[in-house]
Design a protein around this ligand. Sequence first.
Ligand SMILES: Nc1nc2c(c(=O)[nH]1)N[C@H]1C(S)=C(S)[C@@H](COP(=O)(O)O)O[C@H]1N2
Ligand SMILES: [Mo]
Length: 299
Amino acid sequence: MAHRWSNDLTPADVTPRGAWMNRRQLMAGMTGAGLVALAGGARAETLEPNTWEEITSYNNFYEFGTGKDDPAAYAHLLKTEPWSVKIDGMVDRPGDYDFQDILSEMTIEERIYRFRCVEAWSMVIPWNGFELADLLAMAGVQEGAKYVAFETLYRPEEMPGTRYPVLEWPYREGLRLDEAMHPLTLMATGLYGKPLPNQNGAPLRLVVPWKYGFKSIKSIVRITLTDKEPPTSWNMAIPNEYGFYSNVNPEVNHPRWSQASERRIGGGLFAKRQPTLMFNGYEKEVADLYEGMDLEKYF
Ligand SMILES: Nc1nc2c(c(=O)[nH]1)N[C@H]1C(S)=C(S)[C@@H](COP(=O)(O)O)O[C@H]1N2
Ligand SMILES: [Mo]
């Protein structure tokens, strides 16, 4: 598929320029133990990716339980082969698309993105995947479609967490069509160049880096193009706490906690919280999607 946008983020891009230059100059003159110490100490400021271990052992995937370590403990029960994604609604070519067939049509890229959970923790994650826009082009979006709805697999015998009515299953999410078509919006299929582990949403999950993590729905089996704002799981459960948009915004607090700062996972027990950035640091890229909108009303 053609690349309309080749501004892939690298560790250098997510690092404030000054910090990165200094660090590179420092590293040029350093060896062995010095380098290791620097890598550890500088991590919180330079936004280097979290480790594989951190990204795959501290998760939210309520279909496997509500504890942060439940997904890593139970998601192996999920059978991800064979896997197909139903694409339906306002598309020219509706159907059940086999995951392997989708993969063979797509260009897999690496995208290093900030990831910010509404619970006020964050990571930096090196995803592999393709742009959702390319998948939607494959299905052919029809005139008049305004939203994209997503559904996670619901298979209780493989998902012990679905015994509890924490959310109404299947897990559902949605985006406005222009958000879905944005070049930052990724369908992730991997991490660190390896296939996505089940706990992170294998084989295919959404990643919308400027929105709170719960918008990034995992293990997707259905994508529906519609002209109406679709119902979404967290909004259905607690509408005054979780809006449809859920853009990361340090100025709009969650009713029960501040969103002004965040705790970077892996920063250590005594690491300082860091300020949360407008649109999670992607303001330049996405602010125009919301021009003229009251972001307190459309939270
Ligand atoms: N199907 C499904 N998708 C989901 C969730 C979930 O419980 N079920 N949790 C969401 C939340 S709250 C977050 S923070 C991210 C966590 O992604 P990660 O575990 O890969 O970091 O997944 C999101 N996607
Ligand atoms: Mo989250």
